[in-house]
Structures are given as C-alpha cells and as structure tokens.
Design a protein. Structure first.
Length: 100
C-alpha cells in the first residue's frame, strides 16, 4: 500500500489527498467519530490456570506417547482419538491465551 500523496490543493488546505473510492464525507465522518481500536479480545487468565492447562497437556501427551507405543504392537487404545482431539483443543487454547 502506497502512502497518501499531497497535491497542491491539499498543501494549501493542510489536508491529505483523499484516495480514489473515498469521499470527503467519508473522511470527515472518520475524523469526527475518532473511533478507537477495539480492546484486546484475549481472555484474561491467571498463571495458575495456564499452568493447570499446561500440566493437563503434558499428561495427555504422555498418554498419547504410551498409546502410540502400544499401537505399534497391535494394541490400539479406543480413547486415543479423544485424547488427540483434547491435545489439539488445549494447545490451541494455550496459544490463544499466551498470545502466540
């Protein structure tokens, strides 16, 4: 995106040239409303909550690891799919909460 350019009339009036597709009314509305950016939508969580979720994720990962070892021997844990989905869900939640 190119920075806005100034033309002779804009320099005289002290305003930037309005880009194509925008009108003076739109620009005036944006300036008069002085809209602030929305506040962060990230949920607030405590350190204890994050650590509890991380501990649960660790525990699930260890269970999945054991289940994978057993699966190579022909023993498939019937709850493996549920555990893997929970790992995905927890990791996504932690990523969002930590802002990663």
């Amino acid at each position: 995106m190119q920075p806005p350019t100034l033309d002779a009339s804009a320099i005289q009036t002290g305003r930037q040239r309005i880009p194509v597709g925008h009108s003076d009314a739109n620009q005036a509305t944006r300036e008069s409303e002085n809209v602030e950016a929305p506040a962060s939508a990230r949920p607030t969580v405590t350190k204890a909550q994050v650590m509890q979720q991380a501990d649960e994720l660790l525990s699930l990962a260890q269970e999945v690891h054991k289940g994978a070892e057993q699966a190579t021997q022909g023993l498939l844990d019937h709850k493996m799919k549920e555990k893997l989905k929970r790992v995905e869900k927890l990791s996504k939640k932690l990523r969002d909460e930590l802002g990663l």
